[in-house]
Ligand binder design. Structure first.
Ligand code: THU
Length: 130
């Protein structure tokens, strides 16, 4: 199954009663495994989690720690970009050249690399003096 289809399918299962904005994310690992996630909101709003975070959690729970490709989809007027926190979460497991495809359910797509999405990211090297 394509990453687009996987993300589209899991988006249908998003729990988003507060924003009514369903997001689906799918990622592929170098071995070809696909992991998916959707946003899961909470009545205490900050406790909600993003689709990308769900896919990453599923990947790590399955024993993988390397992302080869990411796909994010929502019913938005323009391809939906990962939020700031999710960019850092993706960068934890993806190299700078990994492609992130942002998409809309009506077929628009925009591709950016992790480095383009998160220039100047915080890395372990910044803690070198501790
Ligand atoms: N959301 C995601 O799941 N991923 C993104 O990249 C952007 C935002 C979710 C969080 C919240 O449930 C809803 O979209 C509105 O912000």
């Amino acid at each position: 199954m394509s990453l687009r289809q996987a993300a589209k399918d899991v988006r249908e299962r998003a729990y988003a009663p507060y924003s009514c904005f369903k997001v689906g994310a799918a990622l592929r690992t170098p071995s070809g495994m696909v992991h998916v996630g959707c946003n899961v909101e909470n009545v205490a709003f900050p406790e909600g989690t993003c689709a990308e975070a769900g896919a990453i959690a599923a990947m790590v729970a399955a024993g993988d720690t390397t992302i080869a490709e990411v796909f994010v989809i929502a019913d938005s007027p323009a391809p939906v970009p990962p939020c700031g926190g999710c960019r850092q979460k993706i960068a934890e497991f993806a190299g700078p050249d990994v492609k992130v495809t942002m998409a809309t359910v009506d077929g628009q797509e925009k591709v950016m690399t992790v480095a383009e999405l998160l220039p100047g990211l915080f890395t372990a090297a910044h803690m070198a003096k501790t």
